[in-house]
Design a protein around this ligand. Structure first.
Ligand code: HEM
Length: 136
């Protein structure tokens, strides 16, 4: 039977999904924009990356807070061992995304920028897929 989500569930999931759109979609958008931004010359690439960090870290914070809210809200009704296992993998992937994004922001060589940026991006995309899996 199709039914509407209760109001609080709508707020919880809307905040989580909006933050995921900013954190993950923002990374994809940055990859698309950066070649043209760099062509502007000077330190345009670095300045745009710093501006994105001011938006993406708060979004990551909202993801952690609403993620904890999600677990406390759905745990009782979804506590199969498979669901718990996927949650554990997802939390690992989220930690990896956060650590890799932080190392990316501190990188000085092109190689380490590329490596940590790629790991952050792939781990973030994996978090989206695992989140959809968890929401059943
Ligand atoms: C990079 C960070 C994260 C991303 C991109 C992300 C993404 C998502 C997405 C796209 C959904 C599906 C929402 C839906 O279909 O309505 C979801 C659901 C969920 N997420 Fe996250 N998430 C992140 C962090 C976290 C964290 C840190 C936790 C736990 C501490 C968490 C726990 C959950 C749970 C339990 C659900 C299922 C919610 C439900 O069924 O009501 N997430 N996530």
């Amino acid at each position: 039977m199709n039914h509407l989500a209760p109001a609080l569930t709508t707020v919880r999931l809307s905040l989580h999904v909006l933050a995921a759109a900013v954190f993950v979609g923002g990374q994809v958008t940055m990859v698309g924009l950066l070649p043209d931004v760099r062509r502007l010359g000077g330190d345009a690439g670095v300045r745009i990356a710093r501006a994105f960090a001011k938006v993406s870290w708060p979004a990551f914070g909202v993801l952690l807070l609403t993620g904890i809210w999600n677990v406390s809200a759905v745990h009782a009704s979804h506590s199969t061992s498979a669901w718990k296992a996927v949650l554990m993998v997802k939390i690992g992937v989220v930690v990896l995304a956060g650590v890799a994004a932080w190392l990316h922001s501190r990188s000085t060589s092109k190689k380490s920028l590329a490596i940590w940026g790629s790991i952050a991006g792939i781990a973030s995309l994996a978090a989206v897929v695992l989140g959809v899996l968890l929401s059943g």
